[in-house]
Design a protein. Structure first.
Length: 180
């Protein structure tokens, strides 16, 4: 029941966004309830060092953000400032064990170059580097970057598709879902 309500809310949001609504609604519908897999060959780094990111079942929610190579890399880096602000907001609203942020970067550059980019934006949280593009392949992600942000449950099933930055309704949808 809850998944149906979340789907309807996402659908209403997308229908209010303009052209190609049927395609957007279809993309969202295909992702709600889908289990997202994180391939074993991803490299987890933080502050220029190898690390691990605990994705245990203790965190009831995960906000996954995927940065593809089709999007502008400097735009991706600038969006990290928005994500840092959003993480601070979430930290002030939810206990830290309630929500885990997962960032996956599809990179074709050296990890050290990406480390430098993340350091320059003072983004020191663990991130995954996907040098082979396997994350996008195993999860059959759409090409539209609007659908590369997802709220997942503890079993990595998709609850919400879409960035919380595009509408106050989406922010409220995220908050209301995570609070439950």
């Amino acid at each position: 029941m809850r998944n149906k309500i979340l789907f309807l809310l996402c659908l209403l949001f997308l229908l209010s966004c303009g052209n190609s609504n049927k395609k957007k609604a279809s993309d969202v519908q295909s992702f709600i309830g889908k289990t997202i897999r994180i391939p074993d060959d991803l490299i987890c780094r933080s502050a220029g060092r190898d690390t691990t990111l605990s994705l245990n079942k203790d965190n009831p929610y995960r906000l996954l953000v995927y940065f593809s190579t089709t999007s502008c890399s400097s735009c991706n880096m600038k969006s990290l400032l928005d994500w840092k602000q959003f993480m601070r907001l979430c930290d002030s609203v939810f206990p830290p064990e309630r929500l885990k942020f997962v960032y996956v970067f599809n990179i074709h550059q050296r990890a050290t170059d990406m480390d430098y980019d993340l350091k320059s934006y003072k983004f020191d949280v663990p991130v995954y580097y996907d040098k082979k593009g396997n994350f996008e392949k195993v999860n059959n992600l759409p090409t539209n970057n609007l659908f590369h942000t997802m709220l997942l449950d503890k079993d990595n099933r998709v609850l919400i598709v879409g960035s919380p930055f595009h509408s106050k309704k989406m922010v409220e949808l995220y908050k209301n879902t995570i609070i439950k």
